[in-house]
Design a protein around this ligand. Structure first.
Ligand code: FES
Length: 201
């Protein structure tokens, strides 16, 4: 859904986009009140209905954020070098094997924390106090980590996560970023909010 997607945005841009979508829907309802079919869709979405996400335009190394249940959901098209770094940081993480079962469905409990290795889908909410982490995909020294291997950095209290959303040891965040339920509809679309075995789409 194009209106729910914002490419590579940080916290402020997410809030701006959400406000714009809500404001736009309000204007449409006031000016064209007879388009009733739009209203159930908007109400259902705010209540937590699944959200279809077009991932076909997300380039390798890029993150796009979609809105689901009022939360930002990061979808990242990980490159081979980014995937190759994952095993190299295991010893630096709090929960490298994703043993905290609250943080991902069973089908994402693997070395990539995903259904398909290249596609990471995580809720963009820091597990410390709920800020939206920033995306730093490049394998290069950053001010907050001279040995940075790519991932997410929360500016609120300096928590760091790798390219699978796994949290580093020694930071305030207690757990890995959450993987929401999702499934692939085809090569270009995922549905956020339902498990692969669920038919509702
Ligand atoms: S909210 Fe992210 S580190 Fe505190």
């Amino acid at each position: 859904m194009a209106n729910d997607a914002v490419v590579d945005k940080g916290r402020r841009r997410f809030l701006t986009a959400t406000t714009a979508v809500v404001g736009g829907a309000g204007v449409v309802a006031a000016v064209i009140p007879f388009i009733k079919t739009w209203e159930p869709s908007a109400a259902a979405k705010s209540a937590g209905a699944p959200v279809e996400a077009d991932i076909s335009k997300i380039e390798p190394g890029q993150k796009v954020t979609f809105a689901w249940r009022g939360l930002p959901v990061f979808v990242v098209n990980r490159t081979k070098p980014q995937l190759d770094t994952l095993a190299t940081v295991d010893s630096l993480l709090k929960d490298p094997k994703s043993e905290n079962t609250d943080q991902q469905p069973d089908y994402a409990k693997n070395e990539y924390r995903s259904i398909k290795p290249e596609w990471l889908v995580v809720t963009g909410i820091c597990t410390h106090l709920g800020c939206v982490p920033d995306f730093f995909p490049d394998l290069k020294p950053e001010p907050f980590d001279p040995n940075w291997k790519g991932g997410f950095y929360c500016p609120c209290h300096k928590s760091r996560y790798d390219m699978s959303g796994r949290v580093y040891d020694g930071v305030p965040a207690p757990a890995n970023l959450q993987v929401p339920p999702y499934k692939f509809l085809d090569e270009k679309r995922i549905m956020i909010g339902v498990n692969p075995t669920e038919g509702a789409a």
